[in-house]
Design a protein around this ligand. Sequence first.
Ligand SMILES: *Cc1c(COP(=O)(O)O)cnc(C)c1O
Length: 263
Amino acid sequence: MCDTTNHEAIEAEIAKGCRVLYLETPTNPTLKVMDIARLTAAAHRAGAVVVADNTFATPINQSPLALGVDLVLHSATKFLGGHADALGGVVCGSKSLIGQIYHYREITGAALDPMAAYLLLRGMKTLHLRIRQQNESALRIARFLEAQPGVSSVFYPGLESHPQHEIARRQMRGFGGVLSFMLKGGFDAVRAFLPRLRYAHLAANLGAVETIAGPPATTSHVECTPEERKAMGIPEGLIRYSVGIEETEDLIADLKQAISQGG
Ligand SMILES: *Cc1c(COP(=O)(O)O)cnc(C)c1O
């Protein structure tokens, strides 16, 4: 495990010897962005295979294979399916690498059930339309939140204030439907704020047509101790907000009323 924002440190670590470089960009839940082409080149110099989790970006916003990555992963449960009604995953890459994975899968017996396969294929037909809407909404919502006095920080690669905004602009066509933010007042403020949201579902999922909000501390990263979350740079008062396809103005109005009730 490496600090994802320090590219020099990752390159130094890779140069010591590396068989697989596993990247996730943007990361869950703080939306950190890594330079895919740069780290892939470093890994290939060391003879490593590079795997990138492209779930947050989706194939609409980011093409890691074109940047040199060997294998791309997607949780199809999220944006690809898009309707929060099926579980699945996708791995893409060269015939030889996929052949090895396919063989392992044959032996272990993991297979997608026909109904989930049908729902995922059906969901993917509207992927480009959903992502277009979610990219646009998420950027507007991130800008709105950034201007609120009650919000202490907003994490979204499309914001000029994002530390890796320039990298994101280079390697992404859109910045995705997920953002996260912190309220002044920490976890107590979050606990009061979340139930006031009328549009957002409070759940651990993301990437659906419905907006979903939740604190990583009690959802995606609930299995970590507070110390582990701290070490991963996940603040306790963080809210992950996965923008759906609702009218952007409605979502902003909803956030506005939930923030203002906090006084
Ligand atoms: C949800 C998620 C996964 C795991 O996918 P499942 O379909 O829930 O097994 C992996 N990576 C990222 C970035 C995710 O958001």
